[in-house]
Structures are given as structure tokens and as C-alpha cells.
Design a protein. Structure first.
Length: 347
């Protein structure tokens, strides 16, 4: 038996503008979002290596390997970013998990319209900053860009410690959460994991908070760069998408595992064809989701959400063709074309 709740938000601190995105999933809260590209000169400081062991190290390594396999670039584990993430995880545990389950208030917005799961109140114990940028600064890290995703997960059986890597799988198995975790404009990461709390049935729950941030100029990706999820040849893929609120495809009753493609952030991506077929060549019905359908996404990414669960233990072929148009003075329009396969797991 597994129960999961997810929450996330992206905070863009570009030109003093802060954008808040929120989404919810798995009966709880969750999300992902967008950051804008900045051409301003960043203020950088020397990274402070994080000392990670156990579940934290496993989560960091898992996220980094997933990004590497999909071509999204490595992240540096920074102790200051980790301290900010851990501080918020502690705040959530202290204030909103007293009964071993997330307080429903986490899945609401504050009176100012901010996602409550990512907002801290100064009157509550464990307060370190109202929003993620404030908490990063309190930890000694001044970001140019930052994002925060968080979730909570129960153990698979009564008394079993939750698999915190499973929290990452669920977040990546969405649209908006994935957008934040695979953002190529971020280069630093910090992971926070809450103390285990027990519900009335004896199940243990931990929350996890993942902060991504950058103090640097946006990294220059290779010409013609394309990032994909699932990555080419990936196996054991879930058959269904992890639920999100807001729902990226509300007209689909049962959403299959989303497939996504991304190009460099200095380009806007237009979709000509985005199709998925099984081993027999049958086309998978579904919907394409881009920034045109949801402003929670960046202009350089596109998602295909299957209409219905994918079949278990099946290899699928993805075919994409589109047009990349430069933005903000970039040069070099081009035609991204990509074909790859992935294989689902048992469920």
C-alpha cells in the first residue's frame, strides 16, 4: 500500500519579478513551472559542498543521473541550498504533519495567492523565510533563479521507512513537477528530508523538499541540443501519470505516463508532429501540451500525455518534429527532429 502527496512551485527572480506556480497531485499538492532566461550579470559565490549520506545522497544521485541520462546537465550539490531545503522540510514536519498525514491547508493558497506548501509564516516554529528565495538567502545563497518542489510519501507497508527516491519518480512522472526538476537553467541542488511521522494505521511518512537554484548565467547548451523524458532506451516506466492539480489535461480521465521534449531555453518550440506508437505500430491517442495550452510551462518544451494508461511491459516509439525559433535576440532557427524508444514496467 502506498500513498503519496506532492507539492511544488517555481520562483523566478528575474528582473525583480517573482512568478509563483503551483500544482497538486496524488490527493495532495504539487506542481512545477517556468523560469525566464536572464541576460543580467549574476552575483556568484563559491559553492559550499553538501555533506550527504543515506537517503539524501541517494536522492541527489538519482536526480543527477536522471538528468544526465536525459541530457539535461549535472547539478552541483550545494550545502547552502541543502540547508534551505532541510529548513523548510523541518518547518513542514513541525507544523503540518502532527497526525502523520499532511494538513489539508498545505494544498491551498495563502490570502496573497501564494501556494501554502511553499510559504512560511513568521509566527510558526521553524520559520526561516517566507518564500524559497528568502530561505536561500537566509542560508547564505543569493539566487538569480530558483525553484522548489516538494512532496510526501508513505512507506509501502506499516512500519516501513518511505523510499525517498520514490518521491522523485512520482514528481518526474508529472508535467509541471518534471518541468521544474529538469530545468536546464539551474545548476545547484539541495535536498531536505523530514523526520518520519506515523499515521493512525502505523504507516510512516516523510516529506521531501528539493531546491534547485543558480547564481550563474544560463548555461550555453550545444547547438541542436534536445532533452527527452523518458530518455532513450529507458525501461521500467510507469504506465500512468502521477496526478496533478491543476490538471494539465483535464479532458483525459486516465492519463498515461507523459513524454516530453525540451530544447535550449533561448528558443521557442513549435510542434509539428508528436506521436507515440506501440510495437505493432498502433498510434497512442493523447494530447500535446505546450505553453500555448498552459502558461505554467516554458516556451522551449512540449509534452505528450496519453489518453489512457500505457500497456505494461511494452516498448513504445516516440517521433517528434517541430520548429525552433530564437527568442531574445538569439540567432539560428532550426528544425528539431527526434525518434526514440522506451519500455514500460509491470504497472
Amino acid at each position: 500500500m502506498k500513498k503519496r502527496q506532492f507539492m511544488s512551485v517555481v520562483f523566478a527572480t528575474i528582473l525583480s519579478a517573482v512568478a509563483f506556480l503551483t500544482a497538486c497531485g496524488g490527493g495532495g499538492g504539487g506542481g512545477g513551472g517556468t523560469t525566464d532566461v536572464t541576460t543580467s550579470t549574476p552575483t556568484t559565490t563559491t559553492p559550499v559542498p553538501a555533506t550527504q549520506t543515506g537517503p539524501k545522497a541517494a536522492m541527489y544521485q538519482y536526480i543527477d543521473s536522471f538528468r544526465a541520462n536525459g541530457g539535461f546537465g549535472s547539478l552541483t550539490s550545494d550545502g547552502r541550498v541543502e540547508n534551505a531545503a532541510q529548513a523548510h522540510s523541518n518547518y513542514l514536519t513541525t507544523n503540518f504533519y502532527a497526525n502523520g498525514v499532511p494538513d489539508p491547508i498545505l494544498f491551498t493558497l495563502t490570502s496573497a495567492g501564494l501556494p501554502f506548501a511553499h510559504y512560511e509564516e513568521a509566527t510558526r516554529p521553524g520559520f526561516t523565510g517566507a518564500v524559497p528565495d528568502d530561505r536561500l538567502r537566509a542560508a547564505g545563497y543569493v539566487p538569480t533563479r530558483s525553484s522548489e518542489v516538494s512532496g510526501s510519501q508513505f512507506g509501502a507497508a506499516a512500519g516501513a521507512d518511505p523510499d525517498t527516491k520514490g518521491c522523485v519518480d512520482q514528481l518526474i512522472g508529472t508535467v509541471f513537477h518534471r518541468a521544474a526538476l529538469l530545468d536546464t537553467t539551474m545548476d545547484s541542488i539541495g535536498v531536505g528530508i523530514g523526520s518520519a511521522v506515523r499515521d493512525g494505521n502505523g504507516f510512516l511518512l516523510r516529506n521531501c523538499v528539493i531546491n534547485l537554484a543558480s547564481q550563474s548565467a544560463v548555461r550555453v547548451l550545444p547547438s541542436g541540443w534536445i532533452g527527452i523524458t523518458p530518455y532513450a532506451g529507458q525501461i521500467g516506466i510507469a504506465t500512468k501519470m502521477s496526478p496533478e492539480v491543476p490538471d494539465p489535461t483535464p479532458t483525459i480521465a486516465v492519463e498515461g505516463y507523459p513524454i516530453s521534449i525540451q530544447i535550449a531555453p533561448e528558443f521557442s518550440l513549435a510542434v509539428d508532429t508528436f506521436s507515440v506508437s506501440d510495437g505493432s505500430g498502433s498510434q497512442v491517442p493523447g494530447l500535446v501540451v505546450t505553453r500555448a495550452q498552459s502558461t505554467l510551462l516554458r516556451a522551449n518544451e512540449a509534452y505528450f500525455v496519453p489518453n489512457g494508461a500505457l500497456r505494461p511491459n511494452t516498448t513504445y516509439t516516440v517521433s517528434f518534429a517541430g520548429r525552433a525559433s530564437p527568442v531574445q535576440g538569439a540567432a539560428g532557427a532550426w528544425v528539431p527532429i527526434k525518434t526514440w524508444t522506451f519500455t514500460t514496467g509491470a504497472q
